[in-house]
Design a protein around this ligand. Structure first.
Ligand code: FE
Length: 338
């Protein structure tokens, strides 16, 4: 009954949006580029009559673009990944607060702020070489700074949002001094200078160039779901750890979006953001990038994610991650984590 009521509530909102839309269109600035998203947009248009115009770009470039376009920006919705990027868009004043009963009900409180919302979740995991590293040594992010791992640790750049958000979560939990000491310890353990993306770190662990690395869960899942023999070879040589299971839980970040402050089609944009929280859209949105839905009742069927199993997630609110990023960057700079 409850679910039926919710579905009607969503459709009532969508209908209202259509009636008030200046034009039946929503301009979406998105860093997503997945085939499965096509179906998502088509279904939205079928349900509401609102056309989706997509402008694709890299995460930070989209934020810059909206900023440069100023008050005449055609952007209605910004979709990007990582709490730190959405936090940046928000602190630049690019997003508008969105009062939505639907999103409040569907998206857990720790996965939304007043002006942006998570639509999928990813975890930052530890990947280790099965031959050279005992997983008991790397059960927590803190372990990556242990001198026992000297010459074994690989990560992408410390300035990358994924590592900055992780740093922000450590600051909240361990405090500033302990986190800076941690960053110094990680740098002292590097097998090589940070380079490449998360997938490059996983490959380097498989090749034995690194003993351990940190990577977002969907990069690992993507390799697992790949039918390329070289990817399967990589997977056969590495194992994963869900960090900090005995304490706070694994650091979780998000993909999400919000209403652009200057949106020419604000009602349509709201309808679109609410649509992203429906069961159907959640499936496409999460599965398209091997992530988990933000709406807790929605389950995806994804062979890699099924195999990776369940884990305890750090419940730290995404707003707090975004808040701590500037401090994490300063700390990493001092620690030489570039
Ligand atoms: Fe990524």
């Amino acid at each position: 009954m409850k679910r039926l009521a919710l579905v009607s509530a969503i459709f009532a909102t969508l209908t209202t949006a259509v009636a008030h839309a200046e034009e039946q269109v929503v301009n979406l600035y998105t860093s997503r580029h997945y085939q499965s998203d096509e179906v998502l947009y088509e279904n939205f248009t079928k349900t509401t009559g609102i056309k989706v115009n997509r402008i694709e770009g890299k995460d930070d470039a989209l934020i810059e673009r909206i900023r440069n376009e100023g008050e005449h920006s055609p952007a209605d919705v910004l979709l990007t990944s990582d709490a730190s990027r959405l936090g940046k868009a928000s602190s630049l004043g690019l997003l508008a607060p969105l009062d939505s009963k639907v999103l409040e009900e569907r998206i857990p409180a720790n996965l939304r702020t007043s002006d942006w919302f998570a639509f999928s979740k990813r975890a930052r995991i530890i990947v280790y070489n099965q031959k050279n590293i005992d997983p008991a040594m790397v059960q927590n992010y803190e372990d990556l700074a242990d001198p026992k791992l000297k010459g074994k640790v690989c990560t992408r750049s410390g300035s990358h949002p994924y590592n900055l958000s992780l740093g922000a979560s450590l600051i909240k939990r361990l405090g500033a001094d302990a986190t800076e000491a941690w960053a110094k310890g990680v740098v002292a353990n590097f097998a090589r200078k940070p380079k490449g993306g998360d997938t490059d770190q996983i490959r380097a662990v498989a090749a034995g160039e690194c003993g351990v690395a940190i990577a977002n869960s969907y990069y690992f899942a993507r390799l697992m779901n790949s039918d390329k023999p070289e990817d399967q070879e990589v997977i056969s040589k590495v194992g994963i750890v869900w960090p900090n299971q005995a304490n706070v839980g694994t650091h979780v970040n998000i993909s999400g979006g919000g209403l652009v402050k200057t949106a020419p089609h604000a009602a349509a944009a709201k309808a679109f953001l609410e649509y992203l929280s429906t069961d159907e859209a959640q499936q496409y949105f999460a599965n398209g990038n091997n992530e988990w839905p933000a709406v807790p009742s929605v389950k995806v069927s994804n062979p890699a994610l099924d195999k990776m199993g369940e884990f305890k997630a750090d419940p730290l609110p995404v707003a707090e991650l975004a808040d701590g990023v500037a401090e994490a960057q300063k700390m990493y700079d001092r620690a030489g984590y570039q």
